[in-house]
Design a binder for this molecule. Structure first.
Ligand code: F6R
Length: 607
């Protein structure tokens, strides 16, 4: 979702640095882009709808400027046009604003400003910020920002430049991600690390309601009332190589192929040399025997990882577990209290729905644990405890390796909790932990079927609909498989429990409609065979995903995809990879922009 970059430096390189930053932010998802610089003491703004290339084609990179801001916009208020793109400029042409979030009371502010004679040019909520800041400016960016914040309701990460204050960028955050990069004779603001990693590894994570003023050789952070505060910087350990395609045609394929390494890394870090799951000091304060329920809250793919986690926690930890969609959590009058551990799963750690749900759970007294991939992300700072998945930067919008890391982590967590709650014996714990060691090799074996999956993708690329069915935990993989297919290939794909299709949706099966039958659980194979026959009898093109040991389904399948004979409980971790590849190759076969699917954002920072 919207990406922000800002630069103040000694050399006149603002345009170059900002365009480079915007390129690195593209993966977040956007539909227009813009830039504002101070050039010879005056504001210069350029913005274009569509791809960043459109902006790059009209702006000269040799323009001299030491300071500026840039933005990739993911439209919320107002369609994606040049006019609605950020930065937005004040009535006096002095202030430019980039914003990620939604100003909820913008209509009221707009009316007031209109009554004072301000003309609006865009349909956005953001434009009010530019006019208001210009009206409120008293020579001090901090007091101005304090006053501005008091007038706005909603969420924001903001970067503001002002030609009347040409040596500084002022920024503020409220439930929108914003970091400050500390360089030598140059400093930055950005929505996330990749935008500035080329220039610095030293980063300050701005917290909610904080304000910062960025100068060439100084960064000052203030609280909501404008009092100066001390902030520690953090060192980013990963580097840009991990965020490059490294010869792959798309980030998505690279990231899928990193899954074996992600599993190994997770096991290497979270299983100690004695062979025990080891989360260090993370759970110091928790007595798992006193926890009555675990709730898992997340969105999208992370939610589907949570559904696998529910199964693990029930089986391995004997714990009542509920999984909820983060955006619904607050409205479901959640019954959580101090006897509940609520786990928030998020790749980005910045999904606003998950952050808001976390706040709700915390207010109700629950213990909160974040499982996130991005170091220092908001969720990890807001939760009582945090565990990092070690997937490395995930750039493709469609989440793949992060899912694998999340599910691996949940499996380890379920064993860890199970042992402490005495739900499983040490022998069962050892045995179940041992079983995961084949996983990375088995995922690697899936890649030997890439050509076969690619050929299958070519067969289904013209289809309008596809259905995915499974029972038990296979139904959860079906959901993730269908989501991957929809989001990158735009084939309408839905998932159902194996027995459910015939209660209505089977009416949609026509000659050649692809139905992906997932049957990795031994005791479900017969039932899935029946379900496969039901759809086959109505003309479906049946694609079966099962283990090598389950040949029975061959009799009904038009195409087979096999995974190795892993333990049933771990099959979801293995079965997801061919589903990801099927979606990937279908999108490629359709010539689509795999890594940046239309309308989607990597980090969903609005509710
Ligand atoms: C799907 C996908 C999304 C995310 C969801 C949550 O491929 O990437 O469904 O899983 O937006 O994002 P995070 O995990 O960053 O909270």
């Amino acid at each position: 979702m919207c990406g922000i970059i800002g630069y103040v430096g000694g050399a006149d390189k603002a345009v170059e640095v900002i365009l480079d930053g915007l390129t690195k932010l593209e993966y977040r998802g956007y539909d227009s882009a813009g830039i504002a610089i101070i050039e010879n003491g005056k504001l210069f703004v350029e913005k274009k709808s569509g791809r960043l290339e459109n902006l790059k084609s009209v702006i000269r990179t040799d323009k001299e400027s030491h300071l500026g801001i840039g933005h990739t916009r993911w439209a919320t208020h107002g369609v994606p046009t040049d006019v609605n793109a950020h930065p937005h400029v004040s009535f006096n042409n002095k202030v430019a604003v980039v914003h990620n979030g939604i100003i909820e009371n913008y209509a009221t502010i707009k009316e007031q400003l209109r009554a004072e004679g301000v003309c609006f040019t865009s349909d956005t909520d953001t434009e009010v910020i530019a006019h208001l800041y210009a009206k409120l400016f008293d020579g001090d960016p901090v007091t101005t920002m304090v006053a501005l914040k008091k007038k706005m309701r909603g969420t924001y990460a903001l970067g503001i430049v002002n030609s009347d204050d040409p040596e500084r960028i002022v920024c503020a955050r409220k439930e929108g991600p914003l970091i400050i990069g500390l360089g030598e004779d140059k400093n930055f603001i950005a929505s996330d690390v990749p935008a500035i990693l080329k220039y610095t590894r030293d980063v300050i994570f701005l917290d909610d309601d904080e304000i910062a003023v960025i100068e060439k050789d100084k960064v000052s952070v203030y609280d909501a009332e404008g009092r100066l505060i001390e902030k520690e910087s953090k060192k980013i350990e990963w580097d840009m190589d991990q965020a490059s395609k490294a010869g792959y045609p798309h980030f998505m394929l690279k990231e899928i192929e990193e899954e074996p390494a992600v599993v190994e890394k997770t096991l290497g870090i979270y299983v100690n040399p004695k062979g025990d799951v080891d989360f260090g000091e993370t759970f110091g304060k928790i007595d798992f025997e006193k926890i009555e329920q675990i709730d898992i809250v997340a969105c999208g793919t992370a939610y589907y990882a949570g559904l696998q986690g529910e199964y693990f926690l029930k089986k391995n930890a004997g714990l009542k577990t509920a999984v909820e969609i983060a955006s619904e959590f607050r409205y479901s009058d959640p019954f959580v209290d101090q006897k509940h551990l609520v786990i928030f799963i998020s790749q980005s750690g910045e999904t606003l729905d998950s952050i808001m749900a976390l706040k709700t759970a915390r207010e109700k007294g629950a213990k909160t644990l974040a499982i996130a991939n991005v170091l220092g992300s908001t969720i990890t700072r807001e939760a009582d405890m945090a565990l990092y998945t070690l997937a490395g930067p995930e750039i493709s919008v469609a989440s793949t390796k992060a899912y694998t890391a999340q599910v691996t982590m949940l499996y380890l967590l379920s064993l860890y909790v199970g042992l402490r709650r005495k739900a499983i014996t040490k022998a069962q714990y050892d045995q179940r932990l041992d079983k995961i060691y084949v996983l990375s090799e088995y995922i690697g074996n899936v890649f030997f079927q890439k050509e076969k999956i690619k050929a299958l993708a070519a067969e289904i690329r013209e289809k309008e609909h596809a259905f995915y069915i499974g029972r038990g935990i296979d139904e959860k993989i079906a959901r993730e498989g269908a989501l991957k297919m929809k989001e990158i290939s735009y084939v309408h794909a839905e998932s159902f429990p194996g027995g459910e299709l015939k209660h209505g949706t089977i009416a949609l099966i026509e000659q050649g409609t692809p139905v992906v039958v997932i049957a990795t659980q031994k005791d479900m194979v017969e039932k899935m065979l029946s379900n496969a026959k039901e759809v086959k009898a109505r003309g479906a093109f049946v694609i079966v995903l099962t283990k090598k040991a389950c040949k029975e389904l061959e009799e009904v399948a038009d195409r087979m995809i096999y995974i190795d004979d892993i333990d049933d409980m771990l099959a979801p971790l293995l079965a997801v990879t061919p589903m990801q590849l099927l979606a990937y190759y279908t999108a490629c076969a359709k010539g689509l922009d795999v890594d940046k699917p239309r309308n989607l954002a990597k980090s969903v920072t609005v509710e």
